[in-house]
Design a protein around this ligand. Structure first.
Ligand SMILES: [Cu+2]
Length: 233
């Protein structure tokens, strides 16, 4: 029986190399059927008594994120839904989609929440992480959290990045494909602390999108990024 279970686990992981939401701890293992990361909004992993009792405590103004990406690259979005058992994730936490490259683990020491969210002590919520790959297919994972002033960020030891893995926001682009130079921002996750630098690296994802025909005209503005990434700097 044990061997059977191990074999099942192994094959499930081989067949579905998508992504793992490691922190906050995901609601349940979405690699195990009947879960499927293709299923909106939370990979067919419902909130249960177990997951409700196992909520990750998150600071009121935002907390750590640890995600293991299994694909060579993907776009990423973070959404929040309030309540103990919500399927409405109507609070977007990133003004711009993020472009993640490389496969491995990325840790964001602190993802700062918008100041006007009105989060209160003891409030339950769920975090939804969506990735979109080159075929336009979306994958979903959710984590159940509870906001608490006593919650801490991940320690430096726990918040480590694999080498060669980067994540950075998409940038504004004109309809003719030009990007105004000085405002290009690349967020590079390295070591325990993510840093932000100016780089042409962010251009790669803009070009990639155009080639896929997804982008059509201008992207919204880099100025908004300061809000989302204030916690990374
Ligand atoms: Cu996959």
């Amino acid at each position: 029986m044990l061997l059977f279970v191990l074999t099942l686990l192994l094959s499930a992981n081989l067949v579905s190399a998508h992504f793992e939401l490691q922190y906050p701890v995901w609601r349940g293992d979405s690699f195990l059927p009947p879960a499927s990361q293709y299923t909106f909004p939370c990979a067919n992993v419902p909130t249960s008594a177990t997951s409700n009792a196992n909520r990750t405590l998150w600071p009121l103004d935002g907390g750590s994120l640890l995600i293991d990406f299994h694909h060579p690259w993907t776009y990423v979005s973070f959404n929040l839904g309030f309540g103990g058992n919500t399927s409405t994730f109507n609070i977007s936490l990133n003004p711009m989609m993020l472009n993640e490259t490389g496969n491995g683990t990325i840790c964001i020491p602190k993802w700062t929440l918008p100041a006007d969210l009105g989060v209160v002590e003891g409030q339950d919520a769920s975090l939804q992480v969506i990735t979109v790959g080159d075929s336009g297919t979306a994958l979903y994972n959710c984590a159940d959290i509870r906001f608490s002033a006593n919650a801490t960020l991940l320690s430096n030891d726990a918040c480590q990045n694999s080498s060669g893995v980067d994540i950075y926001p998409l940038v504004q682009q004109s309809a003719n494909g030009s990007v105004s130079g000085a405002t290009t921002v690349t967020v590079t996750a390295s070591g325990a602390a993510a840093t932000a630098t100016s780089s042409s690296g962010a251009l790669r994802c803009v070009v990639g999108i155009g080639a896929d025909g997804v982008a059509d005209g201008a992207w919204i503005v880099v100025g908004m990024l300061s809000l989302a990434f204030a916690g990374w700097l």
